[in-house]
Design a protein around this ligand. Structure first.
Ligand SMILES: Nc1ncnc2c1ncn2[C@@H]1O[C@H](COP(=O)(O)OP(=O)(O)OP(=O)(O)O)[C@@H](O)[C@H]1O
Ligand SMILES: [Mg+2]
Length: 290
């Protein structure tokens, strides 16, 4: 390979690493084998529609599982909008890149996180990658991150039925299934059904449906307001013969916790919202570990 100095750029060949800007990982030919990372249950968090609360659910579910004695990894696969580090207040941290592996960011002794956000120079840098490049990055997130021995890997996915879900379903070992998050409103439920059909095509089981933003208690009068309706997720679960994991109310405290980078379930206890998230987690554990 011909290498140039800054004074002589005309002679360098196209492989000169000093000349090229940081390159995304290059796709390999053929299907790579499954990762041999040590994890008992990989849980995909998916939705048909965007903005229904996947990342919020992922953060709180992972935190709840870890505070119940499970060793948990949280993998943020939303390459284009990685929100997990912000929601955990660790967006300024960088995973240590060592000779043989990348050390994930450890939130607690039993909760580790990996996200594309850690690897970007700043929060406004977009990732412009095609599917095969994402697949290579996902493989590295599984194989080269020092997750240790995990009980759960919770995977936060972007909305819809794209490359990230396809790749993680192909590459991760012990994919126990997908948790589908929806709001109760018709458009979200319709899209959730599409996501369920998609995940079934990948031969990944659907663990259950979570109805998020399900009713809100007015902080002034105590009345319940069903902003996005109520029961849509539960009905879809019944109609499709899929387990219903429970409902999480619309709660401004969840927004605040996410924006302030403090997982709601670790900062509150015994509120209706905390009990709802805890019940969802318990239902999930029952289905996954039985
Ligand atoms: N139960 C809830 N009560 C109140 N706000 C919520 C609730 N769940 C999520 N939110 C808020 O809704 C917004 C979207 O949530 P979140 O980012 O978790 O959704 P998402 O499905 O991951 O979105 P995307 O599809 O963009 O990845 C956030 O501002 C979050 O704080
Ligand atoms: Mg998200």
């Amino acid at each position: 390979m011909t290498h140039h100095t800054s004074a002589n750029t005309t002679n360098c060949d196209e492989n000169c690493s000093s000349c090229s800007p940081a390159q995304p990982p290059q796709p390999q030919k053929g299907l790579p084998p499954k990762s041999n990372m040590d994890v008992k249950h990989v849980i995909l968090v998916l939705s048909g529609k965007g903005g229904v609360g996947k990342s919020t659910v992922s953060v709180n579910l992972a935190s709840a599982l870890s505070s119940h004695g499970r060793n948990v990894g949280l993998l943020d696969l939303d390459f284009h909008g990685p929100n997990i580090p912000k929601m955990l207040g660790i967006e300024d941290q960088k995973p240590a890149v060592l000779e043989k592996h990348i050390e994930p960011v450890h939130v607690t002794g039993t909760l580790s996180v990996m996200s594309m956000a850690f690897l970007l120079p700043d929060t406004s840098t977009p990732v412009v990658w095609r599917g095969p490049m994402k697949m290579v990055a996902i493989r590295q997130f599984l194989d080269e991150v020092n997750w240790g021995s995990l009980d759960y890997l919770v995977v936060d996915l972007p909305p819809g039925t794209g490359d990230e879900a396809l790749s993680i379903a192909q590459l991760a070992p012990n994919v126990r299934g997908a948790v589908i998050v929806t709001t109760p409103q018709d458009v979200a439920v319709l899209d959730a059904v599409k996501a369920i059909r998609f995940i079934e095509k990948l031969e990944v089981p659907v663990i259950g449906i979570i109805e998020n933003m399900s009713g809100m208690t007015c902080p002034h009068c105590g009345e319940t307001i069903d902003l996005f309706g109520r029961g849509g997720g539960k009905k879809a679960a019944e109609d499709l013969g899929i387990p219903y994991l429970g409902a999480i109310p619309l709660d401004p405290a969840l927004v605040k916790a996410g924006d302030e980078g403090r997982p709601y379930v670790l900062r509150h206890a015994d509120t209706p919202t905390w009990n709802a998230v805890d019940a969802v987690m318990e239902n999930l554990v029952k289905l996954v570990e039985s």
